[in-house]
Design a protein. Sequence first.
Length: 278
Amino acid sequence: MKLLRVGPVGQEKPACLDATGVIRDLTGVTADFEGEGVSLDALEALKGVDLSALPAVEGNPRIGAAVARVETFYAIGLNYAQHAAEAGMEPPKEPILFNKSASCLAGPNDALTLPKGSEKSDWEVELGVVIGKRAQNVSVEEALSYVAGYCVINDVSERAYQIERGGQWTKGKSAPGFGPVGPYLVTADEVPDPQALGLRLSLNGEMVQDNFTSDMIFSVAEIIAHMSEFMALVPGDVIATGTPEGVGMGMKPQRFLRVGDVMELEIDGLGRQRTEVI
């Protein structure tokens, strides 16, 4: 299933894309897509719904973030070898884990306002993973069975805040609008191999990131298993799994977002984002 949320900011309602491409309103059929609303049990129940009997969403509605609220918004750093190289860092021996603020969530096509004083805001196309079942001390072999679904994420990052201002990376990753998620939450049964997806990002029509999830240093299953050693992952948690090479920080000369720039992101089978900087 391709699940999505449609409507004005703060008034989104759950919906689903049917086999013909029509958006169907799931209001009254399911809770919004957050917490237990994206549990494996909740998603399994949706499979029995006759989508053709549900009202179609008319017009061209705004698409909100694919999840209504994030329990915890995790992210993995330097998870593609070539990205580590362009950042001038050694590939990590274990996944580098950090957090984004839950308040950075945005719709896939919402405009982005740069933080006041920002000079080094950057882009990062990433495969997003949404947890659907409590996971603690799980093995690599069973880890994918805890996944509710997958989505496109742009891990927008202010590099000066992230690197030059001390402390952890979180403050460079968490401004409002720095977490576009969606358009869809694609259920795990429709993504047989999360390590076989192409992902790409263009800036003003120029392709700057173009790679495959097979180039990850740590696979989705390895990330989940590793994280579950240290914490319990719960339904609704989101994990951004790292970005390939081609970010602005790694360019020579470096290149950062400016008003008027347009980022377009895509991951095979998961949909597209378009974000204009205003």
